[in-house]
Design a protein around this ligand. Structure first.
Ligand code: ATP
Ligand code: MG
Length: 552
């Protein structure tokens, strides 16, 4: 439909879109959908997309969100340019409203919000005209001026468009254009005591800016006739902007609306808007989702005309694909089990020596090179890479069995030291010096390669492992309380042991800890110091492929 418009339709082939966030919270991945759509369409048709803050609700809006939203856009890879503000147009909107009053198309109503809502009627019942609907133009002009001059309290009066209280579309039953709010606005200060509603401000702001295509989510479908009515009423002498609706983006296992996200923050279920479990751009960033993967995902799901919910695993598969290509490989052990190499050489004082192994940084990218990994007589391996009494399909370390240490040597488990309750304390192993580099000269094979770190060289890092924030795929579906399925175990922090080269990872950078997944160094880590905290971005297994198999 956009294609048609821009080829042979109005606007002389020009395409101009806008992204209109309200500065009352942080952007989430649903906004990313709208951003990639609006900026993408503008790009595709050599047009322009403007960032416009829809700042018409002074009580919840704040300048800090204005800054944060621009920051998040830039992080996504979008240059939003100089932003516009609906509040820049308050003067023009007011002048148009006065004009509508003068032409008998708007009136001041004294009914309170509750009465107005009740008198709007329902889908099957007509509305009831307000007793104030037929005030004279003079009286309306006078009252509207006094509303503006702060002579009335909040809610005492509103300005309404005079359309049709029996209209089949409820939005057209004399919608409210202005309400009184004796509120300080973060940009216009105390200049205004009346504030335009979304419908009155949005379409007219679109018109002022020369927007051609106003893309919004499906729930505004019923507002479209009103959007057009206002443009007719103000007597635009150019082509009107057109509103087109598209489906909201929703993800499984989370909530998306700002109101619900705020609730998560305020009730302390997460650490903040930028908690790594939040679907906010800040949360996804902290978690280690690359902006390119978010854009790939939004592009892949495309635009739909029906609201749906996308699997979070699909998003994660885009994240995994990116990191697989670009992330450096490192070794870390999340649940350390000590291994002593009994035949490791010691010097004349009996002190263990260390040896430097070379490991490949990224098998997907030769230019990433190699790194040095110290090996010594005391190592940590992952506790679950060992079993005393392994079942048939377990090929990793077990008593008497030989495995390969990644980029190290073959080791054989000779003895298991256990504590009083049978718990495993350490393994005594021997290594084969001939297997440096991972091959045995006699060609003998091992069935498993495991990761490890040298105990004396290891860095201590905290690692956060995540489960879904909501156990329900569709929290709140069927009218349930979405918070009923909040997962109290959604984060587990472990003290892990990491190889020394992990110190080179910058805050925000993502690495693959071999066999464990992709991990992002925390953004708030001191860049000059050793890392202290990592978030597991995603595991290595492609859960999306699994889901698709199940569905086919
Ligand atoms: P929320 O319900 O999360 O508060 P909102 O629509 O009130 O969202 P705005 O800041 O008003 O948030 O939205 C800015 C733009 O982003 C709007 O054009 C809106 O349609 C779009 N948008 C918001 N949420 C989504 C979503 N989940 N999917 C696609 N677009 C969205
Ligand atoms: Mg909104």
């Amino acid at each position: 439909m956009l294609k048609e418009h821009s080829m042979n339709g109005p606007y002389g082939g020009r395409v101009q879109t806008r992204f209109p966030p309200e500065p009352n919270g942080f952007l989430h991945i649903g906004h990313a959908k709208s951003i990639t759509l609006n900026f993408g369409v503008a790009d595709e048709f050599a047009g322009e997309c403007r960032l416009r803050f829809d700042d018409t609700n002074p009580e919840t809006e704040d300048a800090r969100f204005v800054d944060a939203i621009q920051e998040d856009l830039r992080w996504l890879g979008i240059d939003p340019g100089e932003p516009a503000f609906a509040s820049d147009y308050f003067g023009q909107l007011h002048a148009w409203a006065v004009d509508l009053i003068e032409r008998g198309l708007a009136y001041v109503d004294d009914q309170d919000a509750e009465t107005i809502s009740k008198n709007r009627g329902g889908f099957t019942t007509p509305g009831t005209n307000s007793p104030w609907r037929d005030r004279s133009v003079e009286e309306n002009l006078d009252l509207f001026a006094r509303m503006k001059a702060a002579e009335f309290a909040d809610g005492e009066k509103v300005l309404r468009a005079k359309i049709d209280m029996n209209h089949e579309n409820m939005q057209m039953r004399d919608p409210v254009m202005y309400r009184i709010r004796n509120q300080h606005h973060f940009r216009t200060g105390d200049q205004w005591k009346i504030y335009p509603t979304y419908d009155w401000a949005h379409g007219q702001s679109d018109a002022i800016e020369g927007t051609t295509h106003s893309l919004c989510t499906l729930e505004f479908d019923s507002h479209r006739p009103l959007y057009d009515w206002y443009h007719e009423a103000i007597g635009l002498d150019t082509d009107h902007p057109r509103q087109t609706e598209f489906a909201r983006l929703n993800l499984t296992h989370t909530v998306m609306s700002k109101r619900k996200l705020l609730e998560l923050v305020e009730e302390g279920h997460v650490d903040g808007w930028d908690d790594a479990r939040m679907p906010t751009l800040r949360g996804l960033r902290r978690r280690g989702h690359p902006p390119e993967a978010i854009r790939d995902f939004c592009g892949h799901i495309g635009i739909a005309k029906v609201n749906g919910v996308h699997e979070v695993e699909l998003l994660e598969s885009f994240v995994r694909t990116r990191h697989n290509r670009h992330a450096l490989r490192r070794m870390a052990v999340l649940d350390p089990l000590e291994v002593v190499i009994t035949n490791w050489p010691t010097d004349e004082r009996g002190v263990g020596q260390s040896d430097i192994r070379t490991a490949i940084n990224n098998p997907e990218d030769e230019t990433a090179g190699t790194r040095e990994v110290p090996f010594s007589g005391r190592l940590f391996i992952e506790r679950d890479d060992f079993m005393i009494d392994p079942p048939k399909k377990f090929f990793r370390l077990a008593p008497g069995r030989e495995v390969r240490l990644r980029a190290g040597y073959f080791i054989t488990c000779d003895e298991v030291e256990t504590g009083p309750d049978g718990e495993i304390i350490r393994l005594l192993c021997s290594y084969d010096p001939e297997t440096a580099g991972g091959q045995a000269p006699d060609g003998r094979k091992v069935k498993a390669t495991i990761h490890w770190v040298s105990a004396e060289h290891a860095l201590d890092v905290d690692v956060a492992l995540y489960e879904r924030l909501f156990t329900d795929e569709h929290p709140g579906s069927g009218g349930d309380d979405p918070f009923a399925s909040l997962n109290s175990q959604s984060r587990e922090v472990r003290l892990a042991k990491a190889e020394p080269a992990v110190a080179d990872i910058a805050p925000g950078e993502v690495v693959q800890f071999e066999r464990l997944g992709y991990f992002a160094r925390d953004l708030d880590d001191d860049p000059a110091a050793d890392p202290t905290f990592f978030h597991r971005t995603v595991g290595l297994r492609d859960e999306w492929a699994k889901i698709q198999k199940r569905q086919s």
